[in-house]
Design a protein around this ligand. Structure first.
Ligand SMILES: Cc1ncc(COP(=O)(O)O)c(C=O)c1O
Length: 357
């Protein structure tokens, strides 16, 4: 029998979450962000399930191809745009829309203007200092893109650095910078990622670009996903493969990082950092056993974790453990691991069986 370490993917939760997000931004179209293998949930199945999306957005050409292969024939956006001519050609052949964020891309577009059929998305850097044209170049670049493009209007976009912190003045400053830079330019606008959808409703504009919310995960500590009416799409589970009776004072696992405070049963579960379970999960990181909480003790190893079985006298080898999912939000687990939930869901490795339920 093969190892029973499984990521269950609930596609009905995905469509439910998209419907919830639409309610949060009723006047906006929704660009569903499915990069990084659909945030670790499986790109082709995720893109195929999000039939109600207005646009699907990915980071790379390969991911764009994955959406098309999965059956998505609707609007497709490449968030980083082309890095070179072959990528440009590939995007054109997929009928993809592309973000234009740098002068080198403008040069590429000038040489191949006759091939531009889809909308272009002009990215303006309002303070993130990652991708985008400086605000004072927005008008000139926009005018050039309008000349180069086919029939679709150029979308004006930017990206926020701190939208998950409602009190942080930076998002407000970024919105003001953006609005000033596009004053007098006509065109649809896209600013909001998931956190901005929640915390800065005035940034929702024509297109919102949620990722994490679709997967039933909240980007904001103060707003748990359950309270937002979202359902987790991924449930990560594994089995108990051994139970040991340990004596008070004995140590558990690598580095002898945990010492039993009393005689106790210790469970060994079949998941480790080789499966994407975070190596930095601290003593006390919660897990669910038989619907009740217990916790990780000792260091996470490559293939296994060890579990405190005190108070779980009924636990037997073969019992199933939930690492995150309904009843145990991945946000909470991430907080125990000095990680963000994005990392945890994107980090589940190919060794874990991923099944749709
Ligand atoms: C340009 C852009 N827009 C939207 C998103 C979606 O972000 P989130 O998952 O926080 O909603 C991302 C993700 O990193 C992004 O890079």
């Amino acid at each position: 029998m093969s190892r029973n370490t499984i990521a269950r993917i609930d596609l009905s939760a995905l469509s439910h979450n998209l419907a919830r997000v639409r309610k949060m931004a009723p006047d906006s179209q929704v660009v569903c962000v499915v990069k990084a293998d659909g945030y670790g949930h499986g790109l082709s199945r995720v893109s195929a399930a999000l039939t109600d999306a207005d646009i699907m957005a990915v980071a790379t050409v390969d991911e764009g191809r994955g959406c098309r292969d999965g059956g998505w024939n609707g609007r497709l956006l490449l968030l980083e745009g082309p890095a070179n001519t072959p990528e440009f050609e590939e995007m054109v052949s997929m009928g993809a829309e592309m973000v234009v964020h740098h002068e080198t891309q403008l040069q590429l577009l000038r040489q191949r203007r006759h091939q531009i059929m889809q909308a272009l998305w002009l990215k303006i850097d309002t303070g993130m200092h990652r991708l985008g044209f400086p605000p004072d170049q927005a008008a000139a670049v926009h005018a050039e893109l309008e000349q180069l493009r086919g029939s679709a209007p150029t979308v004006l976009m930017s990206h926020f650095a701190c939208a998950d912190e409602p009190q942080n003045p930076m998002t407000r400053q970024q919105i003001q910078k953006f609005d000033a830079s596009v004053a007098g330019i006509n065109g649809p606008v896209s600013l909001a990622n998931s956190a901005a959808v929640l915390n800065f409703p005035d940034s929702q504009r024509d297109f919102i670009r949620p990722g994490i919310l679709l997967y039933g995960v909240s980007p904001c500590r103060q707003q748990p996903a359950g309270e937002l009416g979202l359902r987790p799409v991924m449930t990560l589970q594994c089995d108990l493969i051994a139970i040991n009776q340990c004596n008070r004072g004995e140590s558990i696992g690598y580095g002898a990082a945990y010492r039993c405070p009393e005689d106790m049963r210790v469970g060994v579960a079949a998941i480790g950092y080789g499966d994407g379970y975070p190596r930095h999960a601290r003593n006390g990181t919660p897990v669910l056993l038989d619907g009740r909480r217990t916790s990780v003790i000792g260091h996470v190893s490559m293939d296994m974790i060890t579990i405190d079985l005190r108070g779980h006298e009924q636990a037997r080898v073969g019992d199933q453990l939930t690492l995150w999912g309904p009843g145990l939000p991945v946000e909470e687990v991430a907080a125990w691991c000095d990680a963000i939930p994005y990392q945890l869901i994107c980090g589940v490795t190919g060794r874990v069986k991923s099944v749709v339920c």
